[in-house]
Structure formats: C-alpha cells, structure tokens
Ligand binder design. Structure first.
Ligand code: ZN
Length: 466
C-alpha cells in the first residue's frame, strides 16, 4: 500500500490521532494537525495582478504624502506576518490567468488557464467556499470587479470557462454563498441575461437582502443574513475616478466599506466564516499601463487589508492570507528626481478616463487638453501625435505589444512620472504572500499555489468536507 497523500491522511481522523499519539513526524502534516480547529475564520485578500513594483509604488505614495506606510508593508515591518514567495503557474502555462490562479487556491489543483475548478481531464473539484459551507461556516465574496469575475468565482464556482458569468451567478445562488458584493448587474438583470431570468428576484425569494446602492448597503439591513450587493453594470469604477466623480462616490461603496460590512455580518455566525476580498481592478490598470488607476486601486485594496487585520489582530482564531494571483506589466520607478514621482498625487482621473473621452477623430489639442486635465501634464504635440496614430492603428513600437492606445499613453506619461512598464499582460514573477494567524506558519518561504487550499482546509478542520 502506498503512503496516503496529505489530504487523504487528514481525512482519516483515526490515523491522525494514532500518529499524533505516537509523536511520529509526518512531513508537512504535524504542524497543520496541531493547528487543526484553532482557525475559526479565514479571510483571503487578493490584489489581482499586483507586481512587486505595484506594492512598492503604493507604499511610497502613502509614505511621502500620507505620513504612513501601507498596511501590507507595515505588517512586514512589524514582523506580524509570515512572508512567502509563491509560484502561481497553471496546469498549461508558466504565466497564469486569474481563473486558473484562483482555482489553484480554491480547489487545490492546477487547472488550465480560463477554467474554474475543472481539471484538464474534466474532473470537477469542490471549491473552498462550498467546503466551508458544508462544515457549517458562513461564506462571502467581495470584489471591485463583476462579482462573477474569475477571482471570486475561483473560490465558489465550477465552469469550463471564466466567460460564463451568467452560470457563475446561478451557481452562487445554488451554493448559497451568504455575502456577494461587487459589480456585475448585467449578470443578474433579466433585461441583460440571455435566459431572461431575474436573478435578483430569485435571490430575494431565497431570503437574500438586495442592495444596489451604497446607502442600501449601509442602512442597517445588510448587517445580518444573506446579502447580494451589486452596485454597477460591469466592474466598479477605478478608485481615482470614483473619488473624483460625485455621483459614483454617492452610489458605490469602497472596497474597505464592503469588506467591513461583510466581516461584521459574517462574524456573527457562531461557527465562523470564510471571506474572499479582491482588489480586482489593480489588474485592469496594469493591463492598461494606467498608473493613476493602479496606485489608487492598490491603496484602496490596502485599506481593505487594514479592515481585515483590525478584525484578525483583535483575536486569535482568524487566518488572513494577503497575496496576488500574478504580476502584471511589472511597473517600476526609474531613477529621476523625486518630484516626478510626487506629481502623481495631482492626478484627477485615470488613463482609462482619458481614453474614454478620445477617439480616432480627436485633434491633437483635444488629446493634449484631456491629458492635462486628468494628470496636470502639458504634453508636446509630437507626443499627442503618437497617441493619435495609436488610436488610428498606425503606431509601430519595436515591441508590438506596445502599439495600443493604452501602452502609448502609458509611455507618454512615463516621460513625466518615470514609471514605465514591460508590456501589457500578466507576468511569470513569483508573487508576494503574507499570512497571519493560526495555520500561517506553514506558508513561509517558497510556496506552491495549490498549498493554500490545503492550509485553509486543514487549519480550519474542514478537510473532511473536501
Ligand atoms: Zn488580467
């Protein structure tokens, strides 16, 4: 008979007891068993597509202009977290996408890019939120993207393709995920769903409270019971645009506000909870070489880290995992006088906002004016011409990934910020991992993405429900 795998081993309580009693050390197993059951709650925070440079830039912005470090770096400074470097490869690629990345944590298996908790051989793996639910714990997903987007879905859904947003929304309801907060009205609205189903009404009948605005989320009705909060069609706005658009500020909650609400609600549950929190648009900003989008969304994510840690540090039963699913575009500050970096704090809007107001017919002066309004930079007409060429599809960079309007605008602004980018897609870099609380001891050093599933389920004592 071959040795049992770690998961099989933990499923068999009798064997665990026997080995504990005999004091035999089983590789990787004993520490987890000692922690078993001590972890009542798990909070998993993901800054999607956060390169190491993104963590640095957000921390520098906070230190220079807000007189404090980021929560993430503070935890490292104070020695409160275990730090790891994690390999996020998927089953079929060195460079993962967000679906395969979230699934590696969500079910403990590497799947192909684009798939959610269905292996290359077609095997459906039970995701971690249903595992915790079957063990009697409450469950929640909070994000700044559509709530059906790849990262939250990786913790709760089984679909062949991440593009199946309508099916993912149905699965959340069937699987009774208790708290769902984010964007994605399009996947719940009968007018926009292909099958015409009114998923809001189905949630209401199932007992969920529905919130579609910030005030509906904050009016006290969402503090207990099941909650579906959907605040925008598509993704929530970038933080920089959110902060500078009064209507959005009034109607859309921040990630930290949603996280606070979710933790307050879920922590009333007597048997504990698991909550996934995603700063999902850090990834989108990186894809678009959009520095204002990137830094302020990373800071908004870090605010949610602060909320989660305030809860976890006040008790001894909560495992917190803070990480990212992959690098993206690897931004970095090149050597230049510091005032270039400092000028970023004058930004009013994202590059996304700039690009949305321009098209192939925009004049050079329109391009210059819109960039100046959003960033404060006066750009020369020869650079506006590069942008116009990109909009018309005629711009040619030596590296063809840098031909898009997004990449060209990123390069133009880099002349002022001196923050530049290596491309517009996910990168292979091993990622930062910071963990706190019971069970986190197992996550120091070099970590393989699938280990997080085992650590969560073993630490919480729910492995028998896998
Ligand atoms: Zn991405």
């Amino acid at each position: 008979m071959s040795n049992p795998t770690r998961r099989e081993f933990l499923k068999t309580g009798a064997l665990s007891t026997l080995l504990l009693g005999s004091g035999i050390a089983v590789a990787g197993g004993c520490e987890a068993i000692r922690q078993r059951g001590k972890t009542k709650n798990v909070i998993f925070l993901v800054s999607d597509g956060m390169s190491a440079g993104t963590l640095t830039l957000a921390d520098l912005m906070l230190r220079r202009h807000h007189g404090r470090s980021s929560n993430w770096v503070r935890l490292l400074e104070e020695g409160k977290v275990n730090r790891g470097l994690m390999d996020m490869a998927s089953a079929d690629r060195i460079v993962t996408d967000s679906a395969a990345a979230a699934a590696s944590w969500g079910c403990g298996h590497r799947v192909n890019n684009g798939a959610l908790n269905i292996g290359p051989d077609g095997t459906h793996h039970k995701p971690v939120l249903p595992v915790f639910r079957d063990a009697g714990k409450a469950t929640g997903l909070v994000t700044t993207t559509e709530i059906t987007h790849a990262t939250p879905a990786g913790f709760a859904a089984n679909v062949e393709s991440r593009a199946m947003g309508e099916t993912i929304a149905e699965q959340y309801l069937e699987r009774q995920i208790d708290i769902l907060l984010g964007g994605g009205h399009n996947h719940y609205d009968p007018e926009q769903r292909e099958d015409g189903r009114d998923l809001y009404e189905e949630h209401r009948q199932s007992g969920y409270y529905i919130a579609k605005t910030k005030s509906e989320l904050m009016n006290g009705n969402a503090t207990e019971g099941q909650v579906l909060g959907v605040f925008t069609n598509g993704h929530l706005p970038y933080t920089l645009d959110h902060q500078n658009t009064p209507e959005l500020l009034e109607n859309v909650p921040t990630l930290a506000e949603m996280t606070d609400l979710a933790i307050g609600n879920l922590s009333d549950h007597p048997d504990g909870f698991i909550l996934q929190v995603e700063g999902g648009r850090v990834d989108h900003a990186a894809h678009s070489n959009d520095l204002g989008g990137l830094i302020y969304d990373q800071i908004a994510f870090d605010d949610a880290v602060g909320v989660a840690m305030a809860f976890a540090e006040s008790r001894d039963d909560t495992l917190v995992i803070i990480t990212t699913d992959h690098g993206n575009a690897n931004p970095g500050l090149n050597s230049a006088p510091d005032e270039h970096f400092d000028s970023i704090r004058e930004f009013r809007h994202t590059n996304d906002w700039i690009r949305r107001g321009l098209d192939t017919d925009s004049s050079l002066s329109q391009i210059q004016e819109r960039i100046e309004y959003a960033t404060g930079y006066e750009i020369p007409s020869e650079q506006a011409e590069f942008y116009r060429q990109a909009a018309r599809g005629t711009y040619r960079a030596a590296y063809s990934s840098m031909n898009s309007t997004a990449a060209v605008l990123g390069q133009i602004l880099a002349n002022h910020t001196h923050v530049n980018w290596v491309g517009g897609s996910h990168t292979a870099d091993y990622v930062e991992l910071a963990t706190f609380g019971p069970g986190s001891e197992a996550l120091e050093g070099f970590v393989i993405n699938t280990q997080l599933f085992d650590v969560m389920t073993e630490a919480a004592g729910v492995a028998e429900f896998v």
